[in-house]
Write a protein that binds this ligand. Structure first.
Ligand code: DX5
Ligand code: ZN
Length: 227
């Protein structure tokens, strides 16, 4: 059984020391780097563009981690090429932002990246049922997207468990990623429900403890659980 992957969200990192912080996380054994792209329209916040992905690309390639790009933007089709050229290995789009989701997913794959789809907490799972055979990843948002450091929405756990059932039935190769409010204290609950990739921002990059200590705490919390 492959181990659960950790995808630290750089949104909570110190951007003046981004390379250093990312290298600390990779030293601590994380597999992916999660990049939260926000446009001020789909979500209230504005964050990262392709330039940051491009800056991370040499580190990611050298150290063998994947760049996991989460697009919280309207009309994501307009920017797929830019992000994939910049180095995105996985591009995840919101079902709420895509009128022709199947076309968008095909385009991501044609451009050479893995395709992910995600849905906001109040969007039912049935909206991804038809696209599951075509994607590499399903991301369950466990907070309303827009900001790091929010509280995990408790009903997400049941949704993750239902997503796991759906994936097992339709396309078992799909990674089940969860994003928002994941900490050492609830990581086990999320993995038990069936997650294979955990995003964590404020639980990994914070002033209380080192990145290495924070990664170790999450790893420890899920050590005994088989997804
Ligand atoms: C939420 C973002 C998340 C967020 C995670 O809009 O998609 O990736 O930064 O941050 P934490 O782990 O602090 O909830
Ligand atoms: Zn995210």
């Amino acid at each position: 059984m492959t181990q659960v992957k950790l995808a630290p969200s750089i949104l909570s990192a110190d951007f003046a020391r981004l390379g250093e912080q990312v290298n600390e996380a990779i030293d601590a054994g994380v597999e992916w780097l999660h990049v939260d792209v926000m446009d001020g329209h789909f979500v209230p916040n504005i964050t990262i563009g392709p330039l940051i992905v491009e800056a991370l690309k040499p580190i990611a390639r050298r150290r063998g981690v994947l760049l996991d790009v989460h697009l919280m933007i309207e009309e994501p089709d307009r920017y797929l090429e830019d992000f994939i050229q910049a180095g995105a290995d996985i591009v995840t789009v919101h079902v709420e932002a895509c009128v022709h989701l199947h076309r968008t997913v095909q385009r991501i794959k044609e451009l050479g990246a893995r395709a992910g789809v995600t849905l906001n907490p109040a969007t039912p799972l049935v909206t991804v049922e038809e696209i599951l055979p075509y994607v590499d990843l399903l991301l369950i948002m466990s907070v309303n997207p827009g900001f790091g450091g929010q509280k995990y929405i408790p009903t997400s756990t049941a949704k993750i468990a239902r997503a796991r059932q759906m994936i097992d039935q339709v396309n078992p190769n799909v990674e089940l990623e969860v994003d928002g409010g994941i900490k050492a204290h609830n990581a086990a609950e999320v993995v038990r429900a069936g997650a294979t990739v955990l995003v964590a921002g404020s639980a990994i990059f914070n002033k209380e403890r080192s990145v290495a200590e924070n990664v170790a705490a999450i790893r420890q919390a899920i050590a005994e659980i088989t997804p």
